[in-house]
Write a protein that binds this ligand. Structure first.
Ligand code: DX5
Ligand code: ZN
Length: 218
């Protein structure tokens, strides 16, 4: 299914509940939650208490993108806080397989993410286990960057591999996504679209509506 996953990293945190209600009303199916530890990426964003609080605002799918070192340490905590889907970076752990198993042990869907420069072969052995692959279209760490063009080709390659293996795994893309590059990403095979700055600048309902209209047309 094709879905919009607005990234609340670009939200106005003084009005977070209200802004999440707007996304919900617009029909966005996911809430993308970027957790950063200041180690895996330079920035520190937010963590468990925030997720617990906003869990009360919506029943939409909580898509927790962990940009933290050795995420296995916190998988059960994020599951308890209300994550429906936990995504970990292939680059962030020595034990990717174990980490996926730990996510599934919590009855949560597991995503694996790859940075732009990480080759797809880094996740080839765990593709059957992953519920979603997140292809980063920028270097993780901040919102509002420009999409790196070669990542579109990477999405196409991933889709081809999944098709060859008969897998219907979701492909999520994250970073620098606009109404102008969205079609190219979806044509390449992406079906879960993250967007932060483009959704939260100006009228949230209007922006989310415009993204959804395009996304659902594919
Ligand atoms: C980047 C984060 C993204 C970010 C996307 O490290 O993973 O989810 O919030 O923001 P935009 O859409 O502004 O690039
Ligand atoms: Zn993200």
């Amino acid at each position: 299914m094709n879905c919009l996953a607005p990234s609340i990293l670009s939200a106005d945190f003084s009005k977070l509940g209200e802004q999440i209600a707007c996304l919900d009303a617009a029909g966005a199916q996911y809430v993308h939650i970027d957790v950063m530890d200041g180690m895996f990426v330079p920035s520190i964003s937010f963590g468990l208490p925030l997720i617990r609080s906003i869990r009360k605002c919506t029943d939409r799918i909580f898509d927790v993108h962990l940009m933290i070192e050795e995420p296995i340490r916190y998988v059960s905590d994020f599951a308890a806080a209300g994550a429906d889907l936990i995504t970990v970076h292939a680059e962030s752990t020595k034990h990717l397989d174990n980490t996926i198993e730990e996510i599934h042990a919590q009855n949560v869907r597991a995503g694996v993410a790859v940075n732009p420069a990480t080759p797809l072969c880094a996740i080839e052995y765990v593709l059957e286990k992953a519920d979603m692959v997140l292809v980063m279209t920028v270097n993780p760490g901040t919102g509002g960057q420009q999409l790196i063009p070669y990542t579109i080709e990477k999405v196409r390659e991933l889709k081809k591999i999944l098709r060859q293996r008969g897998l219907k795994t979701d492909i999520e893309v994250d970073g620098g996504i606009t109404l102008s590059n969205l079609d190219a990403l979806m044509e390449a095979g992406a079906n879960i679209i993250v967007s932060g700055s483009q959704i939260f600048k100006g009228d949230i309902m209007c922006n989310a509506g415009a993204f959804l209209e395009k996304i659902l047309r594919h």
